[in-house]
Design a protein around this ligand. Structure first.
Ligand code: HAM
Length: 422
């Protein structure tokens, strides 16, 4: 039987690769401009990092982790997200002593055993930013600004930014208690999963997408977390809102936004695109001041954000995005000598940075012209007997149909000019 890629994974091939590379370039450039440095953590970690970091009661830990015992008997998990690993690295390398404030970014595959559908994969990719050691709400604003800047630069439209505060260890428990009471009184209306969550972690109930549960949340009497925030949390939130207003970033406050990971304190946010259907979140993040402590370290405030790259690539694809540097020449040899001449020419093209494709499969001009057309290449450089007699090459423009004989020097000059205007 033919072996296929496992369910929920896929190959990224052909023209789609250009979209990924463009996205990665935009992320890296903006990270650099905002002063974020790259970190590369392992793809697998000790399972405990996620059970303690992300939270025992979350869907990620309960249902979605790729966990196995390695040959040494250790419980290992393929990382489902990048925040807990970043904080683990921060603690492990003693940053809190020698350099407590860091700004980091990462790009890479994450793994969650979810039911695959459009925009939801088992191996998916995220880019993310984590600012550790920063307490000030200005840093929350910086993270949102960075996310927003990247989405804008990618030309994504129809974005909505939802924000909420889920309080701190001082005020959150009052809300959770009130929420539990309210849900207890409406228990019959909740789905089976939510009845269980109600006991273990009532905040998780708010993540439920089932219509019956959503109807309960919409009732006017449903407790609003915004009414329970302590003075410090309220001050933090108000400052963030003010900064975002100054930055001209539109947002809505969604008091039911709690996000699916337990490490958040105060700020949580999500960016959605309504055209994406059910999997409409293209990024999310928030503050996690208690995470370092939960992982056995000291108190280290942190705020961050991560975005799903598959979903963004889907949007780029739909917008008909093409790379600016798509300029490329096709090199068509008509005999063995022509092959040699084109190999030598390819060195000169390489030197001036003009991408080329050399095809050795045939010596037939019609074959080459068809191939070039199929590849979407406009200029074909031909090398055969005729060209050799004139110590040069033919350049064919597949758009105008024009074909001219040029010396190597003239050819390079012409191609450089064409590239600039393309
Ligand atoms: P998250 O909301 O779980 O947050 O994931 C962030 C983004 O990853 C989502 O908004 C979505 O775009 C994408 N994503 C998640 N699961 C999948 C999937 N199965 N297939 C495709 N895309 C997916 C976090 O992971 C946090 N670590 C974010 C964060 C960073 N918070 C603070 N710092």
């Amino acid at each position: 039987m033919e072996i296929k890629a496992p369910r929920g994974t896929r190959d990224i091939l052909g023209e789609e690769v250009a979209l990924w590379q463009h996205l990665e370039e935009v992320v890296r450039r903006n990270a650099h401009l905002f002063g974020y440095e790259e970190i590369r953590t392992p793809v697998f970690e000790h399972t405990e990092l996620f059970t303690r970091g992300v939270g025992e009661e979350t869907d990620i830990v309960q249902k979605e982790m790729y966990t196995f015992t390695d040959k040494g008997g250790r419980s290992i998990t393929l990382r489902p997200e990048g925040t807990a690993p970043a904080v683990r690295a921060y603690l492990e390398h003693g940053f809190f002593v020698r350099n407590p404030r860091v700004r980091w970014y990462y790009l890479g595959p994450m793994f969650r055993y979810e039911r695959p559908q459009a925009g939801r994969m088992r191996q998916f990719h995220q880019f993310g930013f984590e600012a550790l050691g920063f307490q000030d709400p200005a840093c929350d604003a910086e993270i949102v600004l960075l996310a927003w800047t990247i989405y804008r630069e990618l030309g994504l439209s129809g974005l909505s930014l939802e924000l909420n505060s889920i309080g701190c260890p001082l005020c959150k428990p009052h809300y959770v208690q009130r929420l539990r009471e309210h849900l207890e009184n409406h228990k019959d209306l909740l789905c089976e999963d939510c009845k269980r969550r109600l006991v273990e972690n009532p905040l998780r109930v708010l993540d439920c997408k089932k219509e019956a549960c959503q109807a309960v949340f919409r009732e006017a009497s449903f407790p609003n977390i915004q009414d329970f925030l302590c003075a410090e949390c309220r001050r933090h939130e108000e400052r963030l809102f003010l900064l975002l207003q100054h930055l001209g970033i539109p947002f809505v406050v969604n008091p039911r936004l709690v996000r699916g990971l337990d490490y958040y304190t105060r700020t949580v946010f999500e960016v959605k695109v309504h055209t994406l259907g059910a999997q409409d979140a293209i990024g999310g993040g928030g503050r996690y001041d208690g995470l370092a402590r939960a992982l056995g370290g000291p108190e280290v405030p942190g705020v961050g954000f991560a975005a799903g790259m598959e979903r963004i690539v889907l949007l780029l694809e739909r917008s008909g995005f093409t790379r600016k540097d798509a300029f490329r020449v096709y090199l068509a040899p008509l005999d063995e000598e022509g092959e040699k001449d084109l190999l030598i020419l390819s060195q000169a093209l390489h030197e001036v940075g003009i991408p080329f494709s050399l095809d050795f499969a045939s010596k037939n001009l019609r074959y080459h012209l068809k191939r070039a057309q199929k590849m979407g290449v406009r200029f074909v450089v031909i090398a055969g007997e005729e060209e050799r007699k004139n110590s040069g090459f033919s350049l064919k423009d597949l758009v105008s149909g024009e074909q001219i004989l040029l010396s190597q020097e003239e050819l390079l000059g012409r191609l450089r000019k064409e590239r600039e205007t393309c």
